[in-house]
Design a protein around this ligand. Sequence first.
Ligand code: F6R
Length: 242
Amino acid sequence: MNILTFPSDQELNEAGAGIVTGLVQTNPGAVLGLATGSTPIGVYSEMIKSFRKGMVSYRRVSTFNLDEYAGLPREHPQSYYSYMRTHLFDHIDVPESNIHIPDGTAANVREECERYDRLLEQTGQIDLQILGLGHNGHIGFNEPDHALIRGTHAVRLSETTRQANARFFNSIDEVPTHAITMGVGTILKAKTILLIVKGSDKAGIVHTSLTGPITTECPASLLQTHPHLVVLLDTEAGRFFG
Ligand code: F6R
C-alpha cells in the first residue's frame, strides 16, 4: 500500500490525474473503473486539461462506473450517467460505446446486474479502479454489513449515505433508496486501485479502513488485502497517519 499525502487539493488532483493519464499513455486500450461523488471531480478536471493539451487520448479506453442510483433515468441531472457526462465524458474523446454504467431503470435488476458482470468479464480486468470513500467505510455502494456480495448487485442505501448525498438533491426525500453497485469482489480484482480521500470528516474512517481490522462492517478495510493500492489523501484526511 502506498499512501501519499498532499498539502493542497490542486497537487492531489494533479497527482491523481497523472496516474490515470500515465496509464492511458502507456496502455491506450486501458480499462478504467470510475467513481462519482465530490471526491474525483478535481482529478477529472485535471484529466480533461491533459487531454486538451494533447497529452493523452481516450479513444480506445473502456470505462466501467462503480454504481448508479436505482430509479433515476440517465437524463436525470443527479444520475451518475449525467454526472460522468458533465464532469468527464463530454470533454474527452472516449466513445459512447466504450462507456459502461449500470442502468438504474432496468425493469429486471437481477438481469441488469448479470449483464454488467458479463460485460466486465468480456472486457477483461479493470486496469485502474478509482474509488472514493463513504463516511461509513463504503466503497462503491457496498455498505457495511455482516457479509458482502462479490458481483454487481442491488443495494438498499444506508440512511447515512442518503443524508450525505442529499446535498445534490432538493430534499432527502428525493434521494433514491436503492442503487446498483459493483461488488467488492469485482473492485478487488482491479490490477491497481486508486483510493482518493479528502477532508477532515473522513480522517477517522480512512485511518480505520487502512490500519484497523479487516471486516465487512467496514468494506474499505478489504482494500488492505489488495497488492497494488495507492491512496491519495489531502492533509486533513491524512492527519492520523504519521
Ligand atoms: C461513488 C461511490 C461512492 C463515493 C463515496 C464518497 O461512485 O461509489 O462510494 O465514492 O460515497 O462520496 P464523496 O466523494 O461525494 O464524498
